[in-house]
Design a protein around this ligand. Structure first.
Ligand code: ADP
Ligand code: MG
Length: 229
């Protein structure tokens, strides 16, 4: 299996007043094609910081990140952006769908931006929305969808350009328990079908247990643990 995400001794801190806080003190792990990992840790432990660095949205202070075996350390901004757009999908706690566009258009848009034709983009969008159980909601705008449905559209959109890696930052954090479970199950199923690796920050231990790998952050130290308890 090929390596989708390689993280080697990544360190990152922020300036705080006169001093610095070291948020990540040497994170190292590898995620292979199609693998699914939960990222656990208390609030403020650095989950979002790690996801931003892994998603090439922010730079580490030191250490290496490789996406699909391509080391991004020396890559310029343009190359990083191109790699991010072609290889990584994102889902956040809030859906960030465009309010004026339908579900179908929201999922087609990233493909159009990547240069795909309208017909091809809309066919893929309809297929993905079908996979997340929203075939009957293609023309609905975000405001006409429930919170769980909005998140399912956001998941379909994140996968629109066939990313190798999906980064999800507490994607079910705004949902009630029943909807959280539904959205989580849909996320797992569609990523399995698309062979997309997942790195998902969550507070929900029950959901974390359902993933094949659990990575925990405590006091800046990132380590793999299966128990998730
Ligand atoms: P989590 O997602 O686990 O709740 P974060 O990665 O958001 O944690 O934050 C980790 C720590 O880094 C927190 O103490 C937070 O205040 C700090 N932090 C995060 N982003 C910044 C920033 N841009 N500037 C300064 N400090 C930050
Ligand atoms: Mg966070």
């Amino acid at each position: 299996m090929s390596e989708v995400l390689t993280v080697r001794d990544v360190r990152k801190g922020y300036r705080e007043g006169q001093g610095r806080i070291e948020v990540l003190r040497g994170a190292s792990f590898t995620l292979h094609q199609g693998q699914m990992a939960a990222l656990l840790g208390p609030s403020g432990s650095g989950k979002s910081t790690l996801l931003h660095v892994c998603g090439l949205l922010d730079e580490a202070d030191s250490g290496d990140i490789a996406i699909n075996g391509q080391n991004i350390g020396k890559a310029g901004d343009k190359a990083r952006t191109a790699l991010r757009c072609s290889k990584i999908g994102f889902v956040y706690q809030f859906h960030y769908l465009l309010p004026e566009f339908s579900a179908l258009e929201n999922v087609a848009l990233p493909q159009r931006i990547a240069g795909k034709g309208r017909k091809e983009s809309e066919e893929r969008a309809a297929h993905l929305l079908g996979q997340v159980g929203l075939s009957a909601r293609l023309t609905h705008r975000p405001a006409e969808l429930s919170g769980g449905e909005q998140q399912r559209v956001a998941i379909a959109r994140a996968l629109a350009n066939h990313p190798a890696l999906l980064i999800a930052d507490e994607p079910t954090g705004n949902l009630d328990q029943a909807n959280a479970r539904l959205v989580f199950d849909v996320l797992l199923q569609i990523c399995q079908k698309e062979n997309t690796a997942i790195l998902m920050a969550t507070h929900n231990l029950e959901l974390a247990r359902a993933l094949s790998r659990v990575i925990e952050i405590h006091d800046g130290v990132v380590r793999e643990s299966r128990g998730a308890s």
